[in-house]
Design a protein around this ligand. Structure first.
Ligand code: PLP
Length: 440
């Protein structure tokens, strides 16, 4: 027989006045009448259990950081609460304002970037929002690279206009376009170290010099590089952004972002993260910090395989062009050699992403993706596994065809985010897929 939850049972008490089974008033009922009575032994026990559950100590130093999920912390006194909230005393009050896992993760990122400060946010987009909200004021002009990640462009172009900001979309590889944009005296500038999908490299030292000459602040989104490949703060950027959802965490199981930078204005950034609700959670922060522990190993393997894959791809007859900053023919190869770090063998790390343009166009891309048994089609990057993406149908689908063409994206453009599988296995699977494609 089906049971309807909205049918009242005949022996139910009237709504809003719960009674215990033996007919005596419950504590809820007492609260309703305001009558005072001593708590029963069972009620004492219930309260004692709750108190005991939050009365813990940890003896010794755990070998890994604990997860501290507390939404709120106990204050010792009103003075202590006041001191905590005004940052006069160290400690925490409310998770959105700060928590240990975010601080431990931020410290890790601060060290990786050689920054004075770092802060963690709920996603890479939250980090960009926090930066913009902390620094921009109505009427400001924004210098925005035309090659930014699609959502970043949406935020800094369409959304920013709604707030009275004036974006200037710039091809940052064109000196004349840059000069014209700087002449309009933007207050803020945003570029990516390695831009998706043709992997153009930003000349960070030059951009920083140009930005500072007109009094602008430069933010560099370093997501495709990670601090192990490039440290934009060392090249003059004011702040750097990482989407930790990608290679930094590297396991494809969380969303987080981070900002790192100089000391000035940092309290504005931290206040913005809390006030606009852009803060991270402890579970994700803990996971990301665990992921960072293997960043060096993952970056080394993925970058090496990416270099091998790029070189092998240049020799394959199904491919019209390969974009990878490690190739001598890439327009930014020399810049990458200058700005990017080396591994322990002295080889430059050129990143873990390679983009190819297939001679067979969209049909060839569709076939490569459909028949790929090695590599899933996942429109993201920085996973443990090698993944494929198709910019025309995913990251850049919102652009017009001419706009995509101007960025070098066609139907046959496929982006490979190289993972940490053995190099030979990745190459074998990749070349086997290409062998099935048309060569003209
Ligand atoms: C270069 C770049 N920056 C920022 C973001 C946004 O990061 P998140 O997805 O963590 O918000 C992405 C996401 O794909 C990205 O590719």
């Amino acid at each position: 027989m089906s049971h309807r939850f909205d049918e009242p049972e005949s022996n139910q008490p009237p709504r809003g006045l719960p009674s215990s089974e033996d007919g005596n008033p419950t504590s809820d009922e007492a609260a309703v009448t305001g009558a005072r009575r001593p708590p029963t032994a069972a009620e004492q026990r219930e309260a004692a259990c709750l108190r005991a559950a939050s009365n813990f100590t940890v003896t010794g130093l755990p070998a890994v950081p604990p997860i501290v999920p507390a939404a709120v912390w106990e204050c010792e006194s009103t003075e202590h609460a006041d001191a905590l909230l005004s940052h006069a005393a160290p400690g925490y009050v409310y998770q959105r304002d700060g928590h240990p896992n975010a601080d431990w993760l931020a410290e890790h990122i601060r060290l990786l970037h050689g920054a004075e400060n770092a802060a963690v946010t709920s996603s890479g987009m939250a980090a960009l929002s926090a930066w913009l909200l902390a620094h921009a004021k109505t009427g400001d002009r924004l210098f925005v690279s035309s090659q930014l990640y699609g959502r970043s462009l949406l935020l800094l172009d369409q959304e920013a206009r709604r707030w009275g900001l004036e974006p200037i979309i710039v091809d940052v590889t064109d000196p004349a376009a840059r000069q014209a944009a700087w002449a309009r005296r933007p207050a803020l500038a945003v570029v990516e170290t390695i831009a998706n999908p043709c992997l153009r490299v930003a000349d960070v030292p030059r951009l920083a010099e140009e930005a500072h000459a007109v009094g602008a602040r430069l933010l560099v989104d370093n997501t495709f590089a990670t601090p192990l490949v490039c440290q934009p703060l060392g090249w003059g950027a004011d702040e750097v952004l990482e989407s930790l959802s990608k290679l930094m965490n590297g396991h494809g199981d969380l969303m987080l972002g981070a900002l790192a930078g100089r000391g000035d204005h940092w309290d504005r950034i931290e206040q913005t993260i809390s006030t606009w609700g852009l803060a991270s959670g402890p579970w994700e922060a803990w996971l990301a910090q665990r992921g960072l522990g293997t960043l060096g190993l993952r970056v080394a393997r993925a970058c090496r395989t990416a270099s091998e894959l790029a070189i092998a791809s240049t020799r394959h007859p199904a491919i019209a062009r390969v974009d990878f900053p490690g190739l001598a023919q890439h327009p930014d190869h020399e810049l990458a050699c200058r700005l990017f770090s080396t591994d322990d063998q002295g080889n430059t790390l050129f990143g873990h992403v390679v983009t190819v343009h297939l001679k067979g166009g969209r049909a060839a891309a569709d076939r490569l993706i459909a028949e790929s048994s090695h590599f899933p089609f996942c429109p993201s990057l920085g996973e443990l596994r090698t993944t494929l993406s198709h910019p025309q149908s995913t990251s850049h689908r919102g652009l017009t065809e001419p706009a995509r063409e101007s960025l070098g994206i066609g139907g046959g453009t496929v982006r490979i985010s190289v993972g940490i599988e053995p190099t030979a296995w990745v190459l074998d699977g990749w070349l086997a897929g290409l062998d099935r494609l048309p060569t003209n």
